[in-house]
Write a protein that binds this ligand. Structure first.
Ligand SMILES: *[C@@H]1O[C@H](CO)[C@@H](O)[C@H](O)[C@H]1NC(C)=O
Ligand SMILES: *[C@@H]1O[C@H](CO)[C@@H](O)[C@H](O)[C@H]1NC(C)=O
Ligand SMILES: *[C@@H]1O[C@H](CO)[C@@H](O)[C@H](O)[C@H]1NC(C)=O
Ligand SMILES: *[C@@H]1O[C@H](CO)[C@@H](O)[C@H](O)[C@H]1NC(C)=O
Ligand SMILES: *[C@@H]1O[C@H](CO)[C@@H](O)[C@H](O)[C@H]1NC(C)=O
Ligand SMILES: *[C@@H]1O[C@H](CO)[C@@H](O)[C@H](O)[C@H]1NC(C)=O
Length: 421
C-alpha cells in the first residue's frame, strides 16, 4: 500500500505524461530517461499503463511466465529491458521485434526453451543480451547475425548440445561471450568452436568450463581440449581409372572415376554432375554391394546411368557426348567439406593427338591412371578444373577397337594419362 501511494504520488507529481502502473515506481533520470521499476512485485503479467517514454523497464524477479506480441507495445522506446528471474517459458513471436531501440535485454534465469530468434533481426542496437540460465537446447546459426553492436552475449547454463559453425560470425563488436555449463556433445560438429576460441579476440568467460558430456571418451573434457586428431577436415582425391581390360567386350567406353577421401570422421562421398543439359546430384551409392541397382525410391531414374559404388567409384558405361561435363566429387564430414572437379569431354577421331598417343611414353601403360587432389590450401576447395579428352578413333586401329587418349591439357601432359588397350 505504501508502495502504491508512493507510485501514485510520483505519478501525480510528474503529471499524466509519466503514466506509471500502480505497482511500479517511475522516475525521470538526470539524463532525461524515464525509468519504470517494477521488479520484485510478484507480477504475473507485464503491467499496463506504462508511459510510451519509458526507456528503462525493470521487471526482474517477478512471476511472469508468458510474453505476448503486445506485452511491450506501450513502450516502443525502451532501451533496457530487465526480465531476469521470472518464469518465462513462452514468448510469442514478435514480442521483441518492435523494440528497435533495445540496447540491453536480460532474460536470464527463466525457463525459455524456444525463443523467437527472428525478433532479434530488428534489434540492431542491441549491445547486451543475457539468456543464461534457461533451457535453450539449440540456436539457429544466424540467430545473432544482425547484431552488429552486440558486445556481451551470455548463453551459459542452458541445454545447448551443439552450436553451428559460424554462430558467432558477423558480430564485429562482440567482446565477451559466456557459453560454459552447457551439455555439449563434442562430436566433430563443435570442433570449429575449439578452433574459433583459439583465434578469436572475444573474451570467453570460463573457457575451460565449456565441457563435453558426450561422447564418452571426451566426457568431462573441455571443448577446447578436443584433440586435433579426433577431427580432421576431409581431403579428397579424384582418380581417373581405366577399366579397359575388358573393353574388347564393350562397344562403348566406360568412364570410371574414383573418389578417395580421408578425414575423421570418415567423410561421405557425394557426386555432382553438370552436363550441358542437366544437373544431377547423387548423395549416396546407387549400386548395392551385390551389383544391383538400388530401388528407385532412393534412386531417381535420371541417375541410373551413373553407377555410384560404396567404395567411392563412379562408373558411366557407354559414355557418350551427352555425358560430357563437370564431374565433382564432394567429401563431407562433421568438420567440413571439400570438393574436386574434373571436366570430361569426348573428342572426335580425326584429332591429331591420335598420333601423340602412340608416341607418348604413358601410352604403353595398360590402364591409365591419373589423379587430382583437392588442394588443402585452396579455400574454395575446388582447385583447377582438369579436362579429360578422349580421342576415339572411328575406325579402330587396335585390337580393342577403342583407343581413347586422355588429355589433361597443357598442365596435365605431365600427369600424362593415356588409356591404351
Ligand atoms: C514524452 O516525452 C516528451 C518529451 O521528451 C513529452 O513532450 C511527452 O509529453 C512525453 N509523452 C508522454 C506520453 O509521456
Ligand atoms: C522491425 O522494425 C521496423 C521498424 O524499424 C518495423 O516497421 C517492423 O514492423 C519491425 N518488424 C517486426 C517483425 O516487427
Ligand atoms: C552427438 O552427436 C553425434 C553427431 O551428430 C550423434 O551421432 C550422437 O548421437 C550425439 N550423441 C548424443 C549423446 O547426443
Ligand atoms: C588461427 O590463426 C592462425 C595464425 O594466425 C592460423 O594459422 C590458423 O589457420 C587460424 N585458425 C583458424 C581456425 O582460423
Ligand atoms: C569399387 O567397387 C566397384 C564394384 O565393386 C569395382 O568395380 C571398383 O573397381 C572398385 N573401385 C576400387 C578403386 O576399388
Ligand atoms: C551400351 O550400349 C549398348 C548398345 O549401344 C548396349 O547393348 C549395352 O547394354 C549398353 N551397356 C550399358 C551398360 O548400358
Amino acid at each position: 500500500m505504501n508502495l502504491l501511494l508512493r507510485c501514485l504520488g510520483i505519478a501525480a507529481l510528474l503529471g499524466s505524461s509519466l503514466a506509471c502502473p500502480g505497482t511500479c515506481a517511475c522516475s525521470l533520470k538526470k539524463n532525461g530517461r524515464l525509468l519504470a521499476e517494477c521488479a520484485y512485485r510478484d507480477l504475473q503479467e507485464v503491467p499496463e499503463g506504462l508511459s510510451p517514454n519509458v526507456t528503462i523497464l525493470t521487471l526482474s524477479a517477478n512471476r511472469i511466465s508468458s510474453l505476448w506480441k503486445d506485452s511491450f507495445s506501450e513502450v516502443p522506446e525502451v532501451q533496457s529491458l530487465w526480465l531476469g528471474y521470472n518464469q518465462i517459458s513462452s514468448i510469442e513471436p514478435g514480442t521483441f521485434a518492435q523494440l528497435v531501440h533495445l540496447k540491453n535485454l536480460d532474460l536470464s534465469h527463466n525457463k525459455i526453451v524456444d525463443f523467437p530468434w527472428k525478433d532479434l533481426r530488428n534489434l540492431s542496437d542491441l549491445q547486451i543480451l543475457k539468456m543464461n540460465y534457461n533451457r535453450l537446447a539449440g540456436l539457429p546459426r544466424d540467430a545473432f547475425y544482425s547484431l552488429k553492436d552486440l558486445r556481451s552475449l551470455w548463453l551459459n547454463d542452458n541445454d545447448l548440445t551443439t552450436l553451428a559453425e559460424g554462430t558467432f560470425d558477423n558480430l564485429p563488436s562482440l567482446s565477451q561471450l559466456q557459453i560454459f555449463n552447457n551439455p555439449f556433445n563434442c562430436s566433430c560438429k563443435v570442433f570449429w568452436l575449439k578452433k574459433w576460441t583459439e583465434n578469436t579476440s572475444v573474451s570467453i568467460t570460463k573457457g575451460g568450463s565449456i565441457l563435453c558430456v558426450a561422447p564418452s571418451r571426451l566426457k568431462g573434457r573441455a571443448v577446447t581440449d578436443i584433440p586435433d586428431h579426433y577431427c580432421t577436415a576431409p581431403s579428397v582425391q579424384l582418380t581417373y581409372l581405366s577399366n579397359l581390360d575388358n573393353t574388347v567386350m564393350y562397344d562403348g567406353l566406360t568412364l570410371t572415376l574414383h573418389c578417395s577421401v580421408a578425414g575423421t570422421p570418415p567423410p561421405e562421398v557425394r557426386w555432382k554432375i553438370q552436363t550441358s543439359s542437366r544437373s544431377i546430384e547423387i548423395n549416396r551409392p546407387n549400386v548395392a554391394r551385390d551389383g544391383n541397382i538400388l530401388p528407385p525410391r532412393r534412386n531417381k531414374q535420371s541417375q541410373e546411368h551413373f553407377l555410384v559404388f560404396k567404395n567411392g567409384t563412379m562408373a558411366i558405361p557407354n559414355f557418350s557426348k551427352e555425358d560430357e561435363g563437370i564431374y565433382t566429387c564432394l567429401a563431407v564430414n562433421d568438420v567440413g567439406m571439400r570438393e574436386v572437379s574434373v571436366n570430361v569431354a569426348l573428342a572426335g577421331s580425326e584429332n591429331p593427338a591420335d598420333d601423340l598417343l602412340r608416341n607418348a611414353p604413358q601410352a604403353s601403360h595398360l590402364g591409365g591412371r591419373s589423379c587430382y587432389k583437392g588442394d588443402e590450401l585452396d579455400p574454395s576447395g575446388a582447385g583447377e578444373k582438369l579436362v579429360i579428352v578422349y580421342h576415339m578413333p572411328r575406325e579402330s586401329k587396335s585390337k580393342a577397337g577403342v583407343v581413347p587418349q586422355v588429355w589433361l591439357g597443357t598442365l596435365l601432359l605431365t600427369l600424362g594419362i593415356a588409356l591404351c588397350c
